[in-house]
Design a protein around this ligand. Sequence first.
Ligand code: GTP
Ligand code: MG
Length: 382
Amino acid sequence: TRGSSLADFADKIGADSASLVEVLFHLGEVVTATQSANDETLLLLGEELNYTVEVISPEDEDRELLESFDIEFGEDEGNEDDLIARPPVVTVMGHVDHGKTKLLDALRSSNVVDKEAGGITQTIGAYQVATDVDGTERRITLIDTPGHEAFTAMRARGAQATDIAILVVAADDGVMPQTVEALNHAKAAGVPIVVAVNKVDKPDADPTKARGQLTEYGLVPEEYGGDTMFVDVSAKAGTGMDALLEAVILTADASLDLRANPKQNAEGLVIEAHLDRGRGPVATVLVHRGTLKVGDSIVAGPAFGRVRAMLDEHGENIEEATPSRPALVLGLTAVPGAGDNFMVVGDDRLARQIAEKREARERNALLAQRTGRRTLEDFMSS
Ligand code: GTP
Ligand code: MG
């Protein structure tokens, strides 16, 4: 019942809102009937009036919204026979300045796909690299998540987005607060971790110390009998890149069944979005399942539209994006949020309806937040 007003609530339980306002007043809460009531207030009321009040999470609420349109999100992979292998989606995390961005740059320039392509256009914050493992070309999708907050937002609504985390630890600094935070996020999301011990070129680098420290946090290196792969790298010198990519593939093969159905309507996650002067709203999306095609009607959080064009990490036009493929999408009517889900729906009208409902909901939630909870004391002192 997030963001609903007291009057809505009164309707639901068949009470009149004036008496609810009165009950709340006696409990020390000043809320008007038309105001959005927050969760605690409604729970309080429920308790007082002997009603069971259920607070629905935004995720569940959205699922309900989609179900009201007969749409299931993130549930079904369809026919088992249609499943194909997909590349692992890898997020690079770690403490500030430990070299996440530098490492991504190094991985990008040392990989076989980009050698041919030459200069790389940094149009999107996610890209695929390819590496040779036992004579087979294996692709890996890397997501650039600069700063810690971006990853949190992503985790909140799309723990499914990341298959593996590369935890970057600078060998001179060792384990730092955000290293621990990052590894806790990955653990909470059930995501396997590969550790990149970075900056081993530095004179004061101590990769052994970093291993010892992480062991205390439950990441025990394979060479100590544990099951976490540690790879020494220097993003600056470009050393250890192949070993790191191989460790990612080995970890994926050992613990994950990475398959998806490319034949269904595409759905996935918005990684980043912004308003581009010339092109309008542009969103980097990551396809989880299905195949996203130019011309598809999509809804992405509170935004919707028809895919006008798609670009890959080289800035080249692509017609479709298969599972685990990141793509820059043009054609949305608004800028969705990082971490919002996107999905292809039957037609533009449906996309618009879903987007409008989501927008209304967000507006309400915002109102509820802004209005907040005012206690009697606040009221008296204002
Ligand atoms: P935030 O995004 O701010 O959290 O930092 P980051 O983890 O992305 O670090 P970034 O890649 O920006 O690197 C931080 C600094 O460390 C830069 O000055 C890099 O040049 C330097 N650096 C990164 N990797 C290495 C390395 O392997 N060796 C050495 N010597 N310096 C490195
Ligand atoms: Mg960075």
